[in-house]
Ligand binder design. Structure first.
Ligand SMILES: NC(=O)c1ccc[n+]([C@@H]2O[C@H](COP(=O)([O-])OP(=O)(O)OC[C@H]3O[C@@H](n4cnc5c(N)ncnc54)[C@H](OP(=O)(O)O)[C@@H]3O)[C@@H](O)[C@H]2O)c1
Length: 236
């Protein structure tokens, strides 16, 4: 089994990549602006982690990356689309270029990777695609119109791709995350964060290892496709 993870040198993508490599899997990861840390894993383990610089907004780069892995492979592939960005602004104050860039990374970027990998998956008759979405489009959060639109878009994208590929052993599912103690949560101001935590029924940020558990479940399951798993401590 080969794992392809976008955004693998930071945040959730790095956590997933490190854990999957540590448990003996081969991981092909991408980074964009965060160069891989030297010696972040021991030598033996590092030999199963292959990192490439890819801007997922660019269809050619995404395709080239996927094809460089699949060209000489016959292995089953799992794609985990972790790369994502946020932009906070009330819509009337928002900058159209920055707003559009969120859609470009979070939705078009995911499309670019999926579009590139589907022919290979159909050919070998197996595929697992897991996209990371959010609780934000479901609950409505001030200043997040771009992020919410992009993450809600992933739900529809997954449902269509699920139907198109259901007969080829390919599943595609979405994990809707609440607020986790990792990654882009660092961008949230402290006061605002404590208000968020007060609203979470379980009373704390999520443990990122729950995301790994959901990934492992979706990889092993065969009859779940076009679905969403909510991991949010009861925040709805
Ligand atoms: N953390 C949370 O609580 C939370 C909650 C809900 C949903 N999520 C979702 O989970 C995913 C991971 O979040 P995170 O917290 O780990 O975020 P993060 O730490 O901010 O990491 C974002 C990742 O996206 C990559 N990226 C950004 N622009 C890119 C581009 N144009 N091309 C390729 N890669 C690009 C970054 O790569 P570089 O650093 O190399 O540029 C980085 O690895 C995101 O999709 C996010 O929306 C997270």
């Amino acid at each position: 089994m080969l794992y392809l993870i976008t955004g693998a040198t930071r945040g959730i993508g790095k956590l997933l990549a490190d854990n999957l490599v540590s448990s003996g899997n081969t991981v092909f990861g991408t980074y964009f602006s965060t160069a891989p840390e030297q010696n972040s894993l021991n030598h033996e383990v590092k030999s199963q982690l292959f990192l490439s610089r890819v801007d997922i907004r660019n269809p050619e780069q995404a395709t080239q990356w996927v094809e460089s892995i699949t060209r000489d492979s016959a292995d089953n592939i799992v794609v985990i689309n972790c790369a994502g960005v946020n932009y906070n602004a009330a819509i009337q104050n928002s900058d159209p270029i920055l707003w559009h860039d969120v859609l470009d990374v979070n939705l078009f970027g995911v499309y670019n990777v999926i579009r590139a990998v589907i022919p290979y998956m159909r050919n070998i008759g197996f595929g697992r695609i897991i996209n990371l979405s959010s609780v934000v489009p479901r609950i409505g959060v001030y200043g997040t119109s771009a992020y919410a639109a992009s993450k809600a878009g992933l739900w529809g994208l997954a449902k269509a791709v699920a139907v198109e590929n259901a007969k080829y052993g390919i599943t595609i599912n979405t994990i809707n995350l609440g607020y986790f103690d990792i990654g882009m949560i660092a961008e949230v101001p402290k006061d605002y964060l404590s208000d968020i935590v007060k609203k979470i029924p379980q009373g704390s940020l999520g443990d990122p290892m729950d995301i790994l558990k959901a990934v492992q479940y979706l990889v092993s399951a065969t009859y779940i496709t076009g679905a969403e798993i909510n991991i949010n401590g009861g925040l709805v």
